[in-house]
Design a protein around this ligand. Structure first.
Ligand code: ATP
Ligand code: MG
Length: 456
């Protein structure tokens, strides 16, 4: 699992100062901890009101408010801070009681097993870090962070809402970059029960057939040449949580059969094993391929398709929900301005117009990449057209000519526009305009008549 971060603040609360000294000496070798010690419950509460330690070691028997009452008040202040009770032999019953109040664990004085103290502290901090990580992920995948007010996206949100409240397997369909993985994660992290368990993503196209099967289901030692030891597959790792099968269209028939069985019976065997493993895993799959075509070509099992397709969520391509482009652009500008620490306030109307006109074959991912690049390049308060990728900019250039018009008519249109503008700038004065444009007065006169432009 994840490594501990580099430094932790530990608060020791014990009326016996020797205990604090003993703990510090025991843990000195870990070099990760900074200690503060106080000798009673009141001082402890006063301390944490000012600065929150990462972990508290709390004696049960103390003069004044005892450890149990102190624990109760700590939990009122912040229920997430791990508290490990220090218990004398005569207060073991209270130690058990403290667990019900939310203590992480208890250790008995005197610390005969020094290693136990170190391991308990380490595990408590790891658990807390993990909880914080999950909390951050939950925030990251809140619905508000999936941008879209278009009708198509409102439908998507409704479907997601229903999926979260059910156990049904979900199939997410959509072109590359439309947000399939984002939606899968949001379903997981908004599910109150599953969010605290793993979200495991497997890209079915990234591995050759045989490897994919052992990746998903694990294998026993000696299952095939090179299987030196037992391996736990992704389905087992995801137990209690969600497995995300990305690019599901690219699975071999044997693997498809096994996946179907998990969906139906929640059971499978590791490769080369015969023990039936039972798991409780929600399956979310995704593809940008046309599975119905694959069925016709006998590349995809029809029964698995019907099983997966019971609850499809279709993500619209970005070109079909262009009204979301300004919102998405603003969202990504905010994100990358913060990341790049730049002083950009928005996007120019011309640049936004280009974003609206472009077709976005790479969908939201392409838009996100374009904005990230623009934020890096921009040297003004606003993102300008010049900061956008060439493909997007060329849209603006192409717009001046209609695809069904002849070159002659296009040149004529340009000539009219140029002449109109030049005459306007020179207040209709033929001589001045002729000089500016580098052509004769007679030509100006003739062309102005032709296009019906006002001259003096
Ligand atoms: N509606 C949205 N709001 C905000 N960000 C989005 C939205 N849709 C997609 N994104 C972002 O666009 C990027 C691509 O999304 P994601 O990886 O989920 O697409 P995908 O459909 O899985 O693509 P692929 O088929 O290529 O794997 C991600 O950074 C994601 O956060
Ligand atoms: Mg994806």
């Amino acid at each position: 699992m994840s490594e501990l971060k580099s430094r932790y603040q530990i608060l020791i609360v014990d009326d016996d100062k020797n205990i604090a000294k003993l703990i510090e000496d025991t843990l000195k070798a870990e070099k990760k901890y900074d200690f503060t010690s106080v000798t009673n419950g009141e001082a402890c509460l006063k301390y944490i009101a000012e600065q929150m330690p990462d972990l508290i070691l709390l004696d049960i028997q103390m003069p004044g408010i005892d450890g149990i009452e102190t624990l109760r008040r700590i939990k009122e202040l912040d229920p997430r801070i791990p508290v490990i009770m220090i218990s004398g032999l005569d207060s073991l019953e209270k130690a058990v009681q403290s667990m019900k109040l939310g203590a992480y664990d208890y250790i008995a004085k005197p610390f005969k097993d020094k290693n136990r103290l170190a391991v308990t502290i380490r595990n408590a901090l790891m658990t807390r870090d993990l909880q914080n990580e999950i909390k951050e992920l939950k925030q990251k995948y809140e619905f508000e962070n999936i941008i879209g007010k278009s009708g198509a996206m409102k439908e998507v949100f409704k479907s997601m809402e229903k999926a979260i409240n059910s156990k049904i397997s979900v199939l997410i369909l959509g072109e590359s970059g439309t947000g399939k993985e984002l939606v899968a994660r949001a379903i997981h992290y908004n599910d109150k029960v599953r969010a605290n368990k793993p979200f495991v993503a497997v890209n079915c196209s990234a591995l050759p057939e045989t490897l994919l099967e052992s990746e998903l289901f694990g294998h026993e030692k000696g299952a095939f040449t090179g299987a030196m030891s037992r391996r736990i597959g992704k389905f087992e790792q995801a137990n209690g949580g969600t497995i995300f099968l990305d690019e599901i269209g690219l699975m071999s028939p044997a693997t498809q059969a096994k996946v179907l069985r998990v969906l139906e019976d929640k059971k499978f065997e590791r490769v080369g094993g015969n023990e039936l493993i039972e798991v409780d895993v929600r399956v979310i799959s995704a593809t940008n391929a046309n599975l119905e075509e694959a069925i016709k070509k006998n590349e995809f099992r029809e029964d698995l398709y019907y099983r997966l397709n019971k609850y499809p969520i279709k993500l619209p391509p970005l070109r079909d929900r262009k009204e979301d482009i300004p919102l998405l652009a603003a969202h990504f500008i905010r994100k990358y301005v913060e990341q790049e620490e730049k002083e950009i306030e928005g996007i120019s109307p011309e640049a936004l117009e280009l974003l609206m006109a472009y077709n976005w074959p790479g969908n939201v991912r392409e838009l996100e990449n374009a904005i990230e690049r623009a934020v890096v390049l921009a040297n003004t308060k606003e993102i300008m057209s010049k900061d956008l990728p060439a493909a997007v900019r060329s849209i603006g250039e192409r717009k001046i000519y209609e695809s069904d018009e002849t070159l002659a008519s296009w040149i004529e249109r340009l000539e009219e526009q140029a002449l109109r503008q030049a005459l306007l700038e020179n207040e209709g004065n033929i001589s001045k305009t002729a000089k500016k444009l580098g052509i004769g007065r007679a030509t100006i006169y003739r062309k102005a008549k032709k296009y019906g432009l006002p001259i003096n």
